[in-house]
Design a protein around this ligand. Structure first.
Ligand SMILES: C[S@@+](CC[C@H](N)C(=O)[O-])C[C@H]1O[C@@H](n2cnc3c(N)ncnc32)[C@H](O)[C@@H]1O
Length: 217
């Protein structure tokens, strides 16, 4: 249980939670939905976006985003990369149905294993695909509008934050596309600049002073 009452999962091998202990839900809304997708959409006239997430995990970021998009008539194409997909029973135990519409929750659970095998419609305006592989093996013919970078922290999984991994994910961003992460370090800022992004420190979620937002030039 995290501080805002939403649940997370603890990964014993890595030694870390999937979300901030200060609130899984508030982190998802602040870092990814508001600082990422909504920031991107505020600068566009079209109500549609494609999102690529690193570390799909429980699907909380997808659920919060999809719920917002469905309620606001925003067309959403969402791809999550996940090296170690959780089984559906564990996802069903998160209690995340409390934060989204019942229809979305039911469709997500029904389509979760299908999405692990390719793009599937969650509803008329929302498409989900989960790539069950490591970030470095991910391939796509598409470029994306927004990147949700939700890897485990660098102290636990440093290889996710090195220039090889960042270079790999940034290959899939459109010019003008937005990259957000809950973390911000000097090394991350330098790496993103060298990959052709303008970077910005923005207020972090509860428990973190700042986070990184980067826009592809
Ligand atoms: C901080 S958790 C993500 C939490 C997730 N966004 C959620 O809302 O539940 C990090 C995720 O990255 C996944 N992961 C670890 N190594 C990976 C790799 N090399 N490529 C892709 N995903 C990886 C983990 O299995 C875990 O699900």
């Amino acid at each position: 249980m995290t501080s805002d009452g939403s649940k997370t999962i603890f990964n014993e091998q890595v030694g870390e939670n999937y979300h901030s202990r200060h609130g899984a839900l508030q982190e998802s809304k602040h870092v990814f939905l508001n600082s990422g997708l909504n920031y991107y959409l505020e600068r566009k006239t079209e109500k549609k976006a494609s999102i690529l997430e690193v570390g799909f995990g429980t699907g909380l970021n997808f659920l919060v985003t999809a719920d917002h998009c469905i309620k606001n008539q925003i067309q959403l194409n969402y791809t999550g990369i996940e090296a170690f997909p959780l089984n559906q029973d564990m996802i069903a135990e998160t209690g995340y149905h409390e934060y989204i519409s019942e229809k979305l929750w039911d469709s997500f659970l029904t389509n979760y294993s299908i999405a692990l095998n390719g793009a599937t419609h969650i509803n008329d305006t929302c498409l989900l695909e989960i790539a069950p592989e490591k970030l470095l093996n991910f391939k796509s013919e598409y470029l994306f509008d927004v990147i949700y970078f939700d890897a485990f922290a660098a102290v636990h999984q440093p290889e996710m934050w090195n220039s090889e991994s960042l270079n790999q994910i940034c290959k899939f961003v459109k010019p003008g596309g937005v990259f957000v992460s809950y973390a911000i370090t000097g090394e991350l800022k330098r790496a993103m600049k060298s990959l052709g992004f303008s970077i910005e420190k923005v207020p972090g979620a509860v428990g973190k002073r700042e986070m990184l937002r980067a826009v592809k030039l």
